[in-house]
Design a protein around this ligand. Sequence first.
Ligand code: SF4
Length: 418
Amino acid sequence: MKKQTKNYWLFLEPYAVLRIKKYEALIYNSLSGEKLVFNNDSLAFQLLKKLDGNNYVVGISESQLRNKDFQSFLELIKKFFLGDIVSKKLSDNKPFQFSPEYNIQNNRKRLRMNKDLLNYNIIQYLRGVSVYLNTSLEVDSEIYLDAYKQFTCLRDEDKKGDLSFEILVKLISGIEHSSIGYLNILGGNIFNYYRFDEAIAMLNNIPHQKNYYIHYNFIENLKNHPCLISEQNNFIVQIEDIKAVNFPELTCFQEKNKNIHYQFIIQDKDELSVLIDQNEKHNLKNNIIPYYNGKNVSFFSKNVFLDKKDILEIQETSFDMYLKSVLNPFDFGKLYVLNDGSVYGNLHDKSVGNLTDAEILGLIEKEFLNGSSWFKTRSRVKPCRNCIFDTLCPPISNYEYTFKSYNLCYKQKSTYVN
Ligand code: SF4
């Protein structure tokens, strides 16, 4: 058979991002957020696969150009400024096109083989620490038994105990010269910590942003601890019993202390509507956090799961997509220290060690090189690894760990396909 002369170059723009999986292909305009999805039985799918393997440029013959399917594909990519064709008369040699390719100098594998590359600078990867001073909350609510595994939250446990002050000192001296973005101080009821005043005095001496988590029932305690009030100290007041809240009082507290922020933990649509109503009446700095109690799946599916519209509206830069393909931006750089000194990259995973017999730098290195939390991407879990949206969707969240399912979405293939 006579080989057809390729008279044109079909090319994609460098800002186009391709995700090609077994059944679908996505081409995404990282400047405008436009997305096109094609099934694997389409000509477009084959073309994108070819473009992907050829630095975004492939030769096209006259007869291919006359093909109706090819023309529709070309029309679409032109319409969304994703690519075009050029005649070979302009360039007989294959034009060079920048396709997104990332060069990670110090990837995890390389660093594992040569730890010296970490350059004793491992602390730079630490972005934030949450430390539990105790776990006795004395609040009549079961939420605090396990909510801390869904979001940063106070905790109530049968096995009580305060964090050893020596461990707290060890932790603080390990991070005091770092540039971490925040230090969350949680309990239990932190006001009951056995060396509370000494702990606050020490924490006040480090320049980092501190977020003290307090239950609504103990908000008045702030008045008894003026040493806590400083520019660097925020107070996150968590509230689960929405119906018992005195909203005018909350406004009053916030007017007196601008660093108070309220977090409402909600479980159903009634609580949500009370809050929406109250937020209209009061000018409160607050956020609303859903709590999964094992029975409110439908509330989650309506309010937390991604629906078709959410996914199609996601707009990410190509860099952020790349980032999500190598690490979990929710978890990366975060450590949790429980009251027994154990340290976690994510509280759903195994502990990386305990501060009673390890240094914080060693534990950061352990999580960085061999831990399972910071680098857990969607491309590592089913079904996301087979989905073209794996780097567009938000990173794996604690809700997904709680649900033991990695696709809290309404992805129905047919609804996304052109
Ligand atoms: S959550 Fe997973 S399966 Fe659902 S759309 Fe995102 S990547 Fe795909």
